[in-house]
Design a protein around this ligand. Structure first.
Ligand SMILES: *Cc1c(COP(=O)(O)O)cnc(C)c1O
Ligand code: SF4
Length: 345
């Protein structure tokens, strides 16, 4: 039999793709390297980047970096991850824990604010460090659930028939390996009053390779309905690899939704938000929430006022079908559920 040499394209297809674990561990965690890779001047940017990095470390995975425009300090993806000198400024009203989350912890790893759903923090690790994150001041990386914590959580959920949905959050729950996630899905699936499993994740966006066979296997197997809430702020975050990953998730029966945060210099225009909704829907994702900005210390340069955000969403209502307009919400400490911002008051 004649062995045909593969063409260049075929060779590329059969080549081993790096695993998501490898991509995660090889993320850029050094401000100098981030600037160098994007051809940005260290004279102009390095001092600020180092100052911000001291407060909240840089973390950018390669597949996300690859979607940024070189030489453009205003690239909307770069702006979400590049530390700048403004982060060191103290601005009145911008606090370390804007959501006062500390109060709602029921048992280690389990946060209970709402009657029908419970949030489970399965890891503190994220695949990307977003500068505006309201969790930037917590040493979440230290938190790992012990087998005993896990058992306690499962017992608590089994004894709470009013809960029908469990939300895996973090950090990023998909930073956890599939062996452990499959175990969670198994144990939660065995609790008969649970109907849904929700995952709040940015991983399929920043490292599409995360949507691998072992993830798809447990997603397809669980009896629970799976909802994935992605976090995408700008249409450039969706490239062909992300689209392919999202399509595989949909084929596995996962309902895909998206939440964004309104961010100065990233998506604070009607045009960008409209393009974001259209691009999301093209990729099979429905816009769910647009979060009003939470005043977190070190992130005031991203602040968009509530009035400006309301105006942007009113414009979206006139340009898009209703199902492509995200709900503008804020999390108000102590309130049940997210609070919608009134658009016409
Ligand atoms: C936002 C949030 C939820 C989910 O709320 P939905 O409005 O159902 O998306 C659940 N638990 C906590 C702690 C939350 O902050
Ligand atoms: S991925 Fe989410 S939790 Fe992690 S830093 Fe970004 S916004 Fe925060």
């Amino acid at each position: 039999m004649i062995q045909r040499t593969p063409t260049r394209i075929e060779a590329h297809l059969v080549e081993d793709r790096p695993s998501w674990q490898q991509l995660l561990s090889e993320s850029i965690t050094c401000p100098e390297e981030l600037l160098a890779r994007l051809n940005l001047s260290p004279e102009r940017w390095l001092q600020g980047a180092r100052a911000g990095h001291q407060l909240f470390p840089v973390r950018v995975p390669e597949p996300f970096l690859a979607r940024m425009r070189k030489g453009d300090p205003n690239d909307p993806l770069l702006r979400q991850v590049l530390p700048v000198s403004h982060e060191a400024l103290r601005v009145p009203g911008f606090v370390r824990d804007p959501l006062e989350e500390d109060g709602a912890i029921q048992t280690t790893g389990l946060i209970r604010k709402y009657r029908s759903r419970a949030l489970l923090m399965v890891t503190g690790q994220c695949a990307v460090n977003c500068r505006y994150c309201f969790r930037r001041h917590f040493p979440y990386e230290d938190q790992r659930l012990s087998p005993r914590d896990r058992q306690h959580i499962v017992e608590t959920l089994a004894a709470s028939p009013e809960i029908n949905e469990v939300i895996l959050s973090g950090g990023d729950p998909l930073a956890v390996n599939d062996r452990l996630l499959a175990q969670w899905a198994n144990e939660l699936g065995a609790i008969s009053h649970l109907k849904r499993l929700r995952l709040h994740t940015r991983l399929p966006v920043v490292i599409p390779e995360r949507v691998c066979e072992s993830l798809l296997a447990w997603l397809k197997k669980t009896r629970l309905q799976v909802v994935m809430v992605l976090h995408i702020n700008h249409p450039h975050e969706i490239d062909s690899a992300t689209r392919a990953a999202l399509e595989q998730l949909r084929d596995a029966g996962v309902t895909l939704l998206n939440q964004s945060v309104i961010l100065r210099g990233v998506n604070d225009s009607t045009e960008v938000l409209e393009a974001l909704s259209e691009t999301l829907f093209d990729a099979g994702v429905l816009p769910y929430y647009l979060h009003a900005f939470d005043p977190v210390e070190g992130a005031h340069h991203y602040d968009v006022s509530d009035d400006e955000a309301r105006g942007l969403v009113r414009d979206l209502l006139s340009r898009l079908p209703g199902f492509l307009v995200p709900k503008l919400v804020r999390e108000v400490p102590g309130r049940d559920g997210k609070t919608p911002l009134n658009l016409f008051s």
